[in-house]
Design a binder for this molecule. Structure first.
Ligand SMILES: *[C@@H]1O[C@H](CO)[C@@H](O)[C@H](O)[C@H]1NC(C)=O
Length: 341
């Protein structure tokens, strides 16, 4: 009889089956500790599109605001005694940018230079179109997707950079900025100029907007560097630059951190040097864009700046931004630190 033989085979099959089922249950339950809900992830490509649309919405508010009463108020004085103004345009741009991002991505952490005033219409902002990039940034739709946990992302926004110049009618310096930092590293930066409207973006290790030129390295620039510095907080930075980089150094004052970083990104200047305190929402987007074109932003001490959600927002060790030869310029300007307030 082969009845016993069959039974033996079935016993073995049963045991194997139970063992496999047990393995699957074990694997799934232990995996459950690590798996996160799909809604805990954000697609960085969608976030880039949202960042562009948000920055452009802010820009529209700034254009509208220019034809209304500005309602200039002072937020106090900076360390250097310069006025630190805020206008209604800062607030309406903040509302448009902050709440369009928050409404589109409720789990997103957003840090803004401005706060929401008690104004109920502020929070009612239309959702951003994260499916279709604007026509002039169509290339984004052809990039591959990348998912990141919301909890690792901090978005920094500056609803109106160069407010002082905005009140003076020096509109060319004005920008809106959005920056995506992942575990403190600035990875995506968007800088929008409303006058005339145009948007630049960079995504580290991936791509930049097509309106960013590729700038060749010129060794001879080190001998007569073109340096851009702040017009509203000049400090002694022009003097320091000449002393550090040589008498042929050409120093040009300009406003807006967004404007100055872009002037280095497009090769008009070799160095952006800053000697006084500066806030992280002024820096994050430019930091991401300069990284995307293989340039560098550090403090004057040479340390990288991090953009986590709970960090000190003020950078007090000065600032050095270059497209090329960062270490060379860094080695030349240790004096900047001794003159810092
Ligand atoms: C470079 O950037 C600066 C600042 O944004 C701008 O004023 C200038 O027109 C730009 N130059 C070129 C050639 O794009």
């Amino acid at each position: 009889m082969n009845f016993g033989g069959t039974l033996r085979v079935n016993k073995f099959a049963c045991f194997t089956l139970v063992f496999i089922v047990f393995l699957i249950i074990y694997w799934r339950s232990s995996g459950a500790n690590y798996t996160t809900d799909k809604s805990d992830f954000v697609n960085l490509k969608s976030l880039l599109k949202a960042a562009i649309y948000a920055a452009e919405r802010g820009g529209k508010k700034i254009i509208e605001g220019k034809n209304r009463e500005l309602n200039v108020k002072s937020k106090g004085k900076t360390q250097e005694g310069a006025n630190d103004p805020v206008t209604d345009a800062d607030y309406s741009s903040h509302c448009a940018m902050y709440y369009s991002l928050k409404n589109t991505f409720p789990k997103l952490t957003v840090v803004s230079e401005e706060h929401t005033k008690s104004d109920s219409s502020c929070e009612h902002q239309e959702l951003l179109d994260i499916d279709n990039a604007p026509p002039e940034h169509k290339q984004i739709d052809y990039l591959y997707d990348e998912q990141t946990l919301f909890k690792d992302v901090t978005v920094w926004i500056d609803p109106l950079d160069a407010t002082q110049e905005y009140t003076e009618g020096l509109y060319q310096y004005v920008t809106t900025m959005v920056c995506v930092a992942i575990r403190g590293v600035p990875v995506i930066g968007v800088i929008h100029f409303p006058f005339p409207p145009r948007t630049y973006w960079g995504w580290m290790f991936r791509k930049t907007s097509t309106n960013i030129p590729s700038v060749p390295h010129k060794e001879e620039n080190k001998d007569q560097p073109r340096v851009i510095v702040s017009r509203s907080h000049p400090g002694k930075v022009a003097e320091i630059a000449k002393e550090a980089f040589g008498s042929k150094t050409v120093v040009t004052p300009a406003a807006g951190a967004g404007y100055k970083v872009m002037a280095v990104v497009n090769g008009t200047y070799d160095v952006y040097l800053h000697a006084t305190a500066i806030k992280k929402w002024d820096l994050c987007a430019g930091d991401a864009i300069i990284k995307a074109v293989n340039g560098k932003m550090t403090t004057a001490k040479g340390t990288l700046i991090t953009y986590g959600p709970t960090e000190e927002v003020k950078v007090t060790d000065g600032l050095l931004v270059t497209l090329y030869d960062h270490d060379y310029y860094l080695s030349k300007e240790p004096k900047i630190l001794s003159t810092m307030p």
